[in-house]
Design a binder for this molecule. Sequence first.
Ligand code: BES
Ligand code: MN
Ligand code: ZN
Length: 499
Amino acid sequence: MKLFVKKGKLQDIKSQAVILALFQDQKELTGTSLVIDQRSSGLITELINNGDFTAKPSQIAVVYTHGVIPAQRIALVGLGKKSEINLEKIRAAFSKVMQHLRSMNIKETATSIELNILPGKTDKNVQAMVEGALLGLYQYTPYKTVGREDIKEMEQFTIVAGEEEYSIIESAVKIAQIITGGVYFARDLISAPSNEMTPSIMAQKAEGIARRKNVTCQVLDRAKMKKMGMNALLGVAAGSNEEPRFIVLEYSGSSKSKAPVVLVGKGLTFDSGGISIKPAEKMDEMKSDMSGGAAVMATIMVAADLKLPLNIIGLIPATENMPSGSAYKPGDILKSYSGKTIEIINTDAEGRLILADALHYASKYKPAAIIDVATLTGACVIALGDDVIGMLGTDDNLKEKITKAAQDTGEFVWELPLWENYYELIKSDIADYKNSGGRVAGTITAAAFLSKFIGDYPWVHLDIAGPAWSSKDKSYVPKGASGVAVRLLTEYLRNCTSK
Ligand code: BES
Ligand code: MN
Ligand code: ZN
């Protein structure tokens, strides 16, 4: 969809439909809605007074204008009560109205954000509006060959702005477009089937990102990893015919001397469980086990496009986890890149193994912070449900910053404890650690394991096993890959620059 920011007034715009967002408890119409209402001898007030439209959150009503304004239709969308408005409600409302108009086969629409009615900062509101509109319209269609002509697409969205707010709105729209572009990129990678999103193809996608200014990409293959001693990652890769890749993306937006933020993303392009094989039900969804890696790649892309004045490193260990004659087995012991030894209890606890080597690699940057993102444990979904990210880590300041970014983006995190007692559960009798602590506190023992491979750096682990994949349509996340953590990480990074 193409976005335009145009100077003027919404009531003067020619369009298939203009969108008006209204509050539930709004006593009087203002701005464009007032003008339209007056010119149409009460078109909107009639709808409201008769109870057809109450402006409940995300409620929609579409009416014809019969020429009282140049636009053909008015699409009303509810924002709910003014006292309860927040960025999530704006995202949800615009996602809903866009989806509705698209389903009517409307190709082009326009709206304006009216400063006088919407509380909060204009740039944040505009960003949320554009995010909601774009994210809700996402659809993954490259593999549909039958009935392609029935695929509906919204082609154009115009945001009309007054003279005074034009430049704020224009820049907020640009930022939102870059960020949602990152989410689309991640969703595309995750939605792609694992036969066409292999570790090598992921690496090629990363090389594509590195065509940008100040971004470089280095890809380590099996031979190189072997030489370096990344045997935890190679252990997981042993059962697969697909070549593993260790992807290093570096974005330099600041002086060389400034310590970077290192982002690490789990890039399991397919997790069958390996010899400890998973049940068949929903195994297809395990193509999304590279969601953390996709989010990290997308975030580097967004950071570069936003030209953030930071140094950021993205590390993505990428492999399949497959059962075969050459696969690693329960009882095997792997010597990780850090030198620490790991006894394999369950080959399905593979994410922490590939992350262990990547997290150790992170130390070489002497980072200001390390954040890893991974679809790591089913236990996290049991504990927090499928909308919430599990957060664990060693640094209160970093956790606080992530929590703040989570609230603003609607990609919510909840902290789980990482106390001493949990470490008992990952002690091995014959190696340093074991890769599974059993069923109890599964998310915590996984994070406890990861913490053993972090040097003395501020670190936070984000378990996105719940929100990475959506089994139903939710607000501005259509069913399937969510691209979660792209907006969260971007917001965190943007906040790092603003002081
Ligand atoms: N990729 C899975 C975790 C997962 C499960 C993500 C469901 C998304 C939805 C991970 O590799 C895994 O299999 N974890 C095991 C760990 C266990 C064997 C200790 C799990 O959660 O069951
Ligand atoms: Mn697994
Ligand atoms: Zn996995």
